[in-house]
Design a protein around this ligand. Structure first.
Ligand code: PEP
Ligand code: MN
Length: 353
């Protein structure tokens, strides 16, 4: 159940409602938006509570929500959430492309890739400084140094950054250097991490777990929202199925489904979603056609020697640039804008596949 308050409600009235809810033995969660304050109620309430709350001063409506997640639900927030970061709007009419290597490897590597992402038309530089590897002996990322290198490359080339954070202890330092913090598929239900991310003021890119249902995915988002951070971007990155040809099965239906269930922006990751370079462009385009607000794509200047095994799914820079040109044509058909710079061919010549 959600209490929607009138736009001009005072703090005293909100306090009164909160106290009433607490007295009824359920837990109020106050979420102050720019337009109005909404009080989500968690717990099993007596049916008479809704009636009483509806009659209280300052209350506009009381909405029953049967789903276990509330703040993430479309009922709670009928309009699409648009997250604005330094002029880039995620979830609105702009298509947002995040490109870059699986892992930050060196200052030169990340600087050159940042230059190419920008030249192709991308708005965000992706790259892992902390890598969640399946095996403990695999390369684990270069850590804080990688955050610094990435921030510097992005600043120089005029890009935002997105990077993965794996533990609550590293949230603050990652938030200091990156514009968007990524929660990897393996950590989608790391509840301590989600709770910590609820306390910061930086957007979170939440990837869907390998075997998470939409309900579980949105409940993971709910942890962050319930902590007070309203800026969550969902990411469909493929789920595990019986098909071994692709690394994962990119669930394209998740995009329109989650748009129906939630107001949060959703992007797709066709790189981890397929695990095969030649499938990245077709699935990127399919995701945009399905209504994705953006894409996160692996691109590497030397994929054969990438420090993680993800070179096989990384686009060569010229392939990335070619895809951006195709997206420029496709985006308007999906109600999005996406502009690429003119004639970036020279920028890509030396990096041809
Ligand atoms: C990544 O983006 O590099 C990554 C590890 O993704 P996922 O968590 O989706 O596997
Ligand atoms: Mn990767």
């Amino acid at each position: 159940m959600i209490v929607v308050t009138k736009p001009d409600i005072t703090d005293e009235r909100i306090e009164e409602i909160v106290r009433y809810i607490e007295k009824a033995g359920v837990q109020p969660h106050v979420s102050k938006g720019t337009q109005r304050t909404v009080i989500g109620i968690i717990g099993k309430a007596d049916p008479s509570l809704a009636e009483h709350l509806r009659s209280m001063r300052g209350v506009e409506d009381v909405i029953k929500i049967s789903k276990s997640y509330k703040l993430a639900s479309r009922e709670f927030h009928p309009d699409d959430t648009v997250i604005e970061i330094k002029g880039v709007r995620i979830g609105g009419d702009e298509l947002v492309v995040m490109g870059g290597p699986c892992a930050v490897e060196s200052p030169d590597q990340i600087d050159e890739i940042a230059r190419l992402v920008k030249a192709a038309g991308g708005q965000v530089l992706r790259g892992g400084a902390f890598k969640p590897r399946t095996g403990p002996y695999s390369f684990q990322g270069i850590g804080v140094e990688g955050l610094v290198m990435m921030a510097e490359a992005a600043r120089k080339h005029g890009l935002l950054t997105v990077t993965e954070v794996m533990t609550p202890e590293y949230v603050e330092i990652c938030a200091e250097y990156a514009d968007i913090l990524q929660v990897g598929a393996r950590n989608m239900q790391n509840f301590d991490l989600l709770r910590k991310l609820g306390t910061i003021r930086k957007p979170v890119l939440l990837k869907r777990g390998f075997s998470a249902t939409y309900d579980e995915f949105l409940n993971a988002a709910e942890y962050i929202l319930a902590g007070g951070n309203p800026d969550v971007i969902l990411c469909e990155r493929g789920i595990r199925t019986f098909e071994p040809y692709t690394r994962n099965t990119l669930d394209l239906a998740a995009i329109p489904s989650l748009k129906t269930l939630s107001h949060l922006p959703i992007i797709a990751d066709p790189s981890h979603g397929t695990g095969r370079r030649e499938l990245v462009a077709p699935m990127a385009k399919a995701a945009v056609a399905a209504g994705a607000d953006g894409l996160i794509i692996e691109m590497h200047t030397d994929p054969d020697n990438s420090m993680t095994g993800d070179g096989v799914q990384s686009l060569f820079p010229d392939q990335f640039a070619e895809l951006m040109k195709e997206l420029e044509k496709l985006a308007p058909l999906a109600g999005k804008r996406f502009d690429t710079p003119k004639a970036p061919a020279e920028a890509f010549r030396e990096w041809k596949k």
